[in-house]
Design a protein around this ligand. Structure first.
Ligand SMILES: [Zn+2]
Length: 116
């Protein structure tokens, strides 16, 4: 089934809403989207997530052999707890400044995972 542009935008918006302050797998997103739009196909969801990731609206986090997606927010790190759950933690301006000074360049993005 061909998806028209309005439907595509609707899916994009809903996916971004689901992934706000959360870390979801493709399966999680598919399940949520299907609840609201039973007609949506798996290929469409994969395509939309890929598009959102490439246009830097969705972040991809690789953890335990799975990809997790979240909306692109300010710099933050990921804390992996004893139960292997991913949580966000804030990265301070000071920390970034110290890192930039060490590197001698401006930091564009950050991929930091901390295990406890
Ligand atoms: Zn996060």
């Amino acid at each position: 089934m061909k998806t028209n542009q309005n439907t595509r935008h609707k899916y994009q918006k809903e996916i971004l809403d689901f992934c706000k302050k959360k870390h979801l797998t493709v399966e999680n997103i598919l399940e949520k989207l299907k609840k609201k739009n039973p007609e949506v196909g798996q290929a469409t969801v994969y395509r939309t997530i890929k598009f959102l990731n490439e246009s830097k609206k969705l972040n991809k986090i690789f953890h335990q052999n799975k990809n997790f997606y979240e909306t692109q927010e300010n710099f933050h790190g990921h804390l992996v707890d004893e139960k292997n759950k991913i949580k966000d933690f804030d990265i301070s301006e000071e920390f970034l400044k110290v890192m930039e000074k060490k590197i001698g360049k401006k930091i564009k993005s950050l991929d930091l995972k901390v295990f406890i």
